[in-house]
Design a protein around this ligand. Structure first.
Ligand code: ADP
Ligand code: ZN
Length: 518
């Protein structure tokens, strides 16, 4: 077989050209470098490790979490004439012997294994005796403790780094928020500069994020533009799902509820109606989503704060699969934020988990409050990028801004003076000159930035810091304690003294009176 990647692409897969970042990734890994590949599902990750494995001398080792996934991949590869195999401990002993004979003879291009199997000493020993072209770790998010697919054996894969230090390593996944990404990179010793992140943009979705002041009125106005179309309205609670669906029906919409508290048959019936009918509005909790395969969902509205940026991306991503223009509306209110914060504080979760949850909430608020293009802010969360899109609310009508240059300078220099290791709450307290026990203990009441930010209140400073994080002037140590540090762009900002416009934080809503019913 030829070692030229493009030739392999054509002859083995029958494709004419690489798609998106595939060419760069394949070139990078074929040259012997490590890579972290983050692409949405369907983005074409498999080629990215399969082709370098064939193009390089030696056998490619692929770590995969599920036997079924491996079997599918191996079958497809064999069909295309690639010498691929999956090893698992259920294999009859004669097949097992044949497989190891092939491995020893260098007759395999790709060998798939589950981490538990691979990490057994006798298997590691066998592998150490054959040349490996690369090690690909598929579904790499399984090694993150914070993901829902955590597999303890994935955490032990750093043994591969020690055993095969000179073999290129690849980690591939479709779902990695910033902390998960950091964890994968750190764990597998893949450097930031080896990360390839692309394909997250959904250009046909128009993003709009508004403060919640009159949720039903706002929803009604949004839906008016979508008469006769299908869409999803996400709510936080089962009760609100029912109430909102009933209210929409009273307004003349064909609205159906969907939540985990309904019995299976009713849920199934509603899902089928949504799937097959023209203009059904599904009012749902996040229980709705798995297995929806409707190309013409024209809108997704979140009338409560979604769980995180990833959740928001995934839920809004159910709109416009057919590539036609679609709308995503999110309403966020300070009650939602307060409620979410309380849930986090009151939960029984370990402190590290709570920290992570707080950071996720902050990142989501950063997106909600950004003064720049929503799409840029959203993609930058995944490490992807784009130009200002012209297809979001902030592009269409830029928000009210204030000159935040001085505030940003104060915040950054306060982060600098406190050693770039404290979290948001601490930095704000120093800016406000709070004589807190920790601040006194660290002697930060004596530094020049102590109390220099009294012109803003705590809420405003938090909003400012979130915007600076969203603008990537401040980095957050997501894998650690959430410590803030000044990014390269932040240092440039301080050096070059550019003017920085920030979004005016919304005034807090009155507690009594017009509090919307949740
Ligand atoms: P992922 O693993 O990222 O979910 P896959 O590797 O399974 O995605 O690829 C998704 C689909 O796209 C597959 O059907 C694959 O054959 C196809 N595909 C991948 N790369 C290309 C390409 N360069 N040209 C055409 N089709 C491609
Ligand atoms: Zn935009």
């Amino acid at each position: 077989m030829s070692a030229d990647p493009l030739h392999i692409l054509k002859t083995v897969y029958g494709y004419d050209a690489f798609r998106g970042p595939q060419a760069d990734i394949v070139r990078h890994v074929t040259a012997g470098n490590n890579a972290f590949v983050l692409m949405p599902t369907g983005g074409g990750k498999s080629l990215c490790y399969q082709i370098p494995a064939m193009a390089r001398p030696g056998m490619g080792l692929v770590v995969s979490p599920l036997l079924a996934l491996m079997a599918d991949q191996v079958a497809a590869l064999r069909q295309a004439g690639v010498k691929a195999a999956a090893f698992n401990s259920d294999l009859p002993s004669d097949e097992r012997r044949a497989l190891w004979r092939d491995v020893a003879m260098g007759a395999l291009d790709l060998l798939y294994m589950a981490p538990e199997t691979l990490l057994r000493p006798e298997i590691m020993e066998r592998l150490s005796r054959v040349p490996l072209s690369l090690i690909a770790i598929d579904e790499a998010h399984c090694l993150s403790q914070w993901g829902h697919d955590f597999r303890p054996s994935y955490q032990q894969l750093d043994a591969l780094v020690a055993a095969f230090p000179d073999t290129p390593r690849m980690a591939l996944t479709a779902t990695a928020d910033a902390p998960t990404r950091a964890e994968i990179l750190a764990h597998l010793r893949i450097s930031e500069s080896d990360a390839f992140i692309a394909g997250f943009d959904r250009p046909n979705i128009r993003y709009e994020i508004r403060e919640k002041d009159d949720p039903r009125g706002q929803l009604a106005r949004f839906l008016k533009d979508h008469a006769g179309e299908s869409g999803i309205v996400y709510c936080l609670s089962k009760r609100k799902t029912e109430e909102t669906a009933a209210w929409l029906c009273a307004q003349g919409y064909d609205a159906l509820p969907f939540h985990g508290g309904m019995d299976r048959a009713a849920r199934q019936a509603n899902q089928t109606r949504f799937q097959n009918d023209e203009a059904v509005v599904m009012v749902a909790t996040i229980a709705f989503g798995m297995g929806i395969d409707k190309p013409d969902v024209r809108f997704v509205a979140h009338i409560d704060l979604p769980g995180s940026i990833e959740a928001y991306y995934q839920e809004t991503g159910r709109a416009g699969r057919d590539g036609l223009p679609s709308d995503a509306l999110m309403l966020y209110g300070s009650e939602d934020v307060a409620l979410r914060s309380r849930f986090i504080e009151e939960s029984e979760a370990p402190e590290q988990r709570k920290r992570m949850e707080r950071q996720k909430l902050d990142a989501l608020l950063g997106l909600a409050e950004t003064a720049t293009c929503r799409r840029q802010a959203l993609l930058s969360y995944f490490g992807d990028r784009c130009e200002p899109c012209g297809n979001c609310d902030t592009c269409a009508e830029p928000p009210r801004l204030f000159d935040g240059t001085i505030a940003a300078q104060k915040a950054l220099s306060c982060i600098h003076r406190t050693g770039e290791r404290f979290g948001q709450a601490y930095v704000v307290d120093v800016l406000l000159g709070v004589e807190d026990e920790r601040i006194l203990r660290f002697g930060h009441d004596g530094i020049s930035t102590f109390g220099i930010g009294k012109e803003h209140d705590n809420r405003t400073w938090r909003a400012i810091l979130r915007q600076l994080v969203a603008l990537r002037l401040i980095d957050v140590d997501l894998a650690g304690h959430g410590g803030l540090s000044i990014s390269e762009a932040g240092r440039r900002f301080l050096r070059e003294k550019q003017t920085l416009m920030l979004r005016v934080p919304a005034a807090p809503r009155a507690r009594q009176g017009k509090v919307s019913r949740q």
